[in-house]
Design a protein around this ligand. Structure first.
Ligand code: ATP
Ligand code: MG
Length: 595
């Protein structure tokens, strides 16, 4: 079974069991500035897992592309990727453990025909916060998994959440496949790096609410959130203990073998080839979202992926550009990527040109930088501070410098990263992103401030259209605890007067204490009724429409997933801080809640 068959079978299986398929979300989170990328299918469903009603119902299924920057260090092994596709099914207060585990078991054994004797599962062992998850274990046993293949583990392995400091959380049960069942001993190790037991699926049971007193209260309507990795599952189904041997990766691997004149069979080439394949596939997807390599946020992750690829290619002895060639093998993969994600074909030229440009930039300084690092290592002087100057002069991301040290068996001091950060702080914005912890995968907690700012973006959208005209369309937004940022289409700089007017309109809306209401509508009906849609063609059949003011004569009506305040008075007054130009035909406003 190949990847596209697996995805289709998965969606069909859950649709047959009353789930509605929802479209995948963009890789870049819309309403969450605490993290740079979507790292799990549940990410964009957080508001609904927290109790908001989902317009598509209580049973959902999807295929979600994910990026886990926290796994970049693992890349090189057989089954961790920076970018991967996650299959997910959800129950929003609908079914719970029994159905969830039974569905998983049935899908694995009946549809995928995995031998039930090769399945191992883990369950939560219990602690002072919450009891042992005997229920899940008993359900597994009833399905025929004997107790010696049910392993109990602590919170670190078998617990999820809450997303913020408080909120829904609970135990999970992870499903592993034994890829070497011929070995007689069991000695199960969860997440075993040798790859005998591969975790393919995780079912999270959100049954508790963590309160501000740090107690765990049972939820009346618990949710189920699951995630299954496409790459790993396809590998297991085809009898491989290495994801890179599957059809998903082989065209990419072949392009690297050709470009570098190496062979994946050659053990010394294997890890660099995996890293190159992984990093370029992830880079192609990040670029397809319109992100460019830079020293900030998502752009910096992209830069690191491309530069690390160039370094790995050099280790394979290659001195010609390869990123574009490998990128092409991802873009030309119709069955797995190009045919499914239209943003790839649409941005093909931008993606390939950007890969090449970034590679050229780094190649210009690569050799000099490597020589400089070697010198510092020889002199025993590779510190956070000298590493920061290597970054500034030669564009070497931190982990490449760390890798060079490791290769030379040079022990970096324990404060190396801290010193590097501090030294960077004096020069670049980059460290801000680092210290905000945004390179970790995580979730926003929909705090009160974020909710206020989010509703405020709708007010700005409306005020901008009033003052500047109906050609104004939202082109993006980004919210932090400190401010909102709003991008929109408009060719000219705004005058001082216009800015004052926009600010006044927004604050009048706040003074008018307008109600914010939510309705569910069929997408086309919503558009016909005058609701604004931010993305073209990325919505499910039924959508939530947020109306501000009177339903028959609103000041704003938008298709959106929230979160929102109940009344504009809850927002409070707002000041516009500044405006900027963001490329052709687009402008950006920054605004802040008045203290
Ligand atoms: P691991 O312990 O192997 O890193 P995880 O516990 O971090 O996995 P989850 O967060 O439970 O994984 O994600 C759900 C599923 O997504 C996993 O069961 C796995 O199939 C897949 N998955 C997670 N991380 C990766 C990755 N970096 N590359 C490929 N697939 C992944
Ligand atoms: Mg992990």
């Amino acid at each position: 079974m190949d990847a596209s068959q697996l995805k289709q079978q998965y969606v069909n299986f859950f649709v047959d069991r009353g789930h509605l398929e929802i479209p995948s979300a963009s890789l870049i989170p819309e309403n969450d500035s605490t993290t740079l990328f979507i790292s799990a299918g549940m990410h964009s469903l957080v508001p609904f897992l927290l109790g908001q009603k989902h317009p598509s119902g209580t049973r959902l299924v999807d295929v979600q592309p994910c990026i886990r920057t926290s796994d970049i260090d693992e890349v090189g092994d057989a089954f961790h990727h920076t970018f991967f596709e996650m299959l997910g099914n959800w129950s929003l207060g609908d079914y719970f453990k029994k159905e969830s585990i039974s569905y998983s078991f049935e899908f694995l054994t009946r549809i995928l025909k995995i031998n039930p004797n090769h399945i191992h599962v883990t369950c939560f062992t219990g602690d002072t916060d919450a009891p042992k998850d005997d229920q899940s274990a008993q359900i597994w046993q009833k399905l025929g998994i004997p107790s010696n293949r049910i392993h109990f583990l602590p919170k670190a392995n078998n617990w999820w959440g809450p997303a913020g400091a408080t909120g829904p959380c609970g135990p999970d049960t992870e499903i592993f496949i034994d890829t070497q069942p011929q070995l007689s001993s069991v000695d199960f190790v969860a997440g075993c790096r040798q790859g005998r037991y591969v975790e393919v699926w995780n079912n999270v049971f959100m049954q508790f609410n963590k309160t501000s007193q740090a107690t765990f209260k049972l939820l009346k309507k618990p949710n189920v959130d699951t995630g299954m990795g496409v790459e790993r599952t396809v590998a297991v189904l085809n009898g491989f203990t290495d994801d890179y041997l599957t059809d998903i990766w082989q065209p990419i691997i072949k392009s690297i073998e050709t470009a570098t004149k190496t062979s994946y069979q050659d053990e010394s080439a294997q890890i660099p080839i995996r890293i190159i394949a992984d990093h370029i596939r992830a880079a192609v997807f990040i670029l397809s979202e319109g992100v460019e390599p830079s020293n900030k946020e998502a752009g910096y992750v992209l830069r690191r992926l491309i530069r690390r690829t160039v370094r790995q290619a050099k280790l394979l002895g290659v001195n010609i550009n390869i990123c574009k060639l490998v990128g092409l093998s991802v873009l030309d993969n119709q069955a797995n990527y190009a045919g499914i994600y239209p943003q790839l074909a649409k941005n093909k030229k931008f993606i390939l040109d950007s890969l090449d440009l970034e590679e050229n930039k780094f190649r210009r300084t690569l050799d000099k930088g490597l020589r400089q690092i070697a010198k510092l290592i020889k002199a025993g002087n590779l510190t956070g501070i000298t590493a920061s100057s290597i970054y500034q002069s030669f564009g070497f991301p931190l982990e490449i410098i760390q890798e060079e040290a490791k290769k030379a068996n040079y022990l970096l001091k324990s404060d190396f990263v801290k010193k590097f950060d501090k030294s960077m702080q004096e020069h670049k914005q980059l460290s801000k992103t680092l210290s905000a912890g945004k390179f970790k995968s995580g979730l926003a907690d929909n705090s009160e401030i974020i909710t206020k700012y989010h509703t405020a973006t709708h007010l700005f959208h409306s005020a901008l259209r009033q003052v500047l005209g109906d050609h104004i369309h939202q082109a993006g937004s980004n919210i932090t605890q400190d401010r909102l940022r709003f991008d929109f289409t408009h060719p000219d700089q705004l005058t001082k007067d216009q800015i004052v007017q926009i600010e006044e309109i927004v604050n009048q809306y706040v003074d008018k204490k307008l109600p914010v209401s939510r309705q569910e509508m069929v997408y086309q009906q919503a558009i016909d009724s005058g609701a604004l849609a931010f993305f073209a063609g990325k919505y499910p059949d039924t959508v939530s429409v947020y109306t501000i003011g009177k339903l028959d004569n609103p000041v704003s009506k938008e298709i959106c997933t929230g979160p929102h305040v109940a009344n504009t008075a809850d927002i409070g007054h707002i000041d516009i801080l500044k405006q900027e130009s963001v490329g052709s035909g687009k402008r950006r406003l920054y605004a802040k809640l008045r203290n």
